[in-house]
Design a binder for this molecule. Structure first.
Ligand SMILES: [Fe+2]
Length: 299
């Protein structure tokens, strides 16, 4: 088997509002429009990623929370209805997709061998979280490429941001090793927002964009700082500043997704492409793509 590669990494935020505004056929509620800068950013990113013909998407989601160790989706097929617990008015999504079980097992074995507490999720009735579904839908609405799903371990919460990030760095390295071993061309999705303070009251029309803006200027400044580092290829610095970003911007990167992605990509020192930035109920969200193959070719 040839050596597998991570062909791209994407910061792929999962606000259910974006799937709602897309009027995805799988989603019951219907919208007039909304959050176009992000949705059109996803469109551009999707075009690039799918053109590279990935064999699999590996997604790390904040809304599959596990308290003891990491869990890996370990059933061959997932079918069901996902309802967002906060926004059931926007997201009631009928999903159905295949899991790349061989790669999932390979990741599980690698994590175990590295001494990292991990479990395969083998419950056939498991309900997949909306973070996994929204990000995967937005990057590939056809769902014709299998998924590997990874839970969000709570080490940032139970220990500290620094300890949590160390855990995610180990998870990222194990993910890269598993991809290489499997021979797959993998695209990695970090399913999270940036700054994450949000409004507590929804506007009467959720897609009324006259009501949408970042929660406050300090959050915006942090988001621009982080996106600036990504665009300049300064991801080592970004990782060094991550604990402060989490603390001061209440960032959803506290769930570990972005650190996992940075680590799996070998901490990029080449520029990322920011396809779109926008707020959703006040939180900062960006669709950002790292293309390691292109970076190598142009080096
Ligand atoms: Fe979220």
């Amino acid at each position: 088997m040839s050596t597998g590669t991570i062909i791209s990494g994407v910061l792929a935020p999962h606000p259910p509002h974006l799937v709602y505004a897309e009027n995805a056929p799988q989603n019951e509620p219907k919208a007039e429009c909304g959050w176009e800068t992000l949705r059109w950013g996803y469109e551009r990113c999707r075009k690039n990623v799918l053109a590279k013909k990935p064999d699999v998407f590996i997604v790390h989601s904040p809304h599959w929370k596990t308290v003891v160790g990491h869990h890996v989706l370990g059933i061959p097929r997932c079918d069901g209805l996902s309802v967002d617990p906060i926004f059931p008015n926007l997201f009631r999504y009928k999903y159905g997709f295949d899991v790349d079980l061989e790669l999932a097992e390979c990741l599980y074995d690698g994590l175990k061998a590295a001494g990292i507490l991990t479990k395969m999720m083998r419950n056939p009735g498991f309900r997949v979280d909306y973070g996994t579904i929204a990000s995967c839908h937005l990057i590939n609405p056809e769902w014709n490429i299998p998924i590997v799903g990874i839970s969000s371990n709570a080490s940032h919460y139970y220990f500290s941001n620094e300890v949590g990030d160390e855990e995610m760095i180990a998870l990222g390295e194990a993910t890269r090793n598993a991809v290489e071993k499997s021979g797959r061309r993998a695209c990695l999705l970090a399913s999270c927002s940036l700054s994450h303070r949000h409004f507590t009251v929804e506007s009467a029309i959720p897609e009324d964009m006259s009501q949408e803006h970042i929660y406050h200027h300090g959050q915006y400044l942090w988001d621009m700082r982080v996106l600036g580092l990504m665009r300049e290829g300064k991801c080592a610095q970004l990782m060094a500043e991550m604990p402060d970003f989490v603390e001061q911007a209440n960032s959803e990167t506290k769930e570990g997704c972005l650190t996992w992605l940075m680590s799996a990509l070998g901490v990029p020192d080449y520029p990322a492409e920011v396809h779109g930035y926008g707020s959703v109920i006040g939180t900062g969200n960006a669709v950002v793509e790292w293309d390691p193959e292109n970076a190598k070719a142009t080096a």
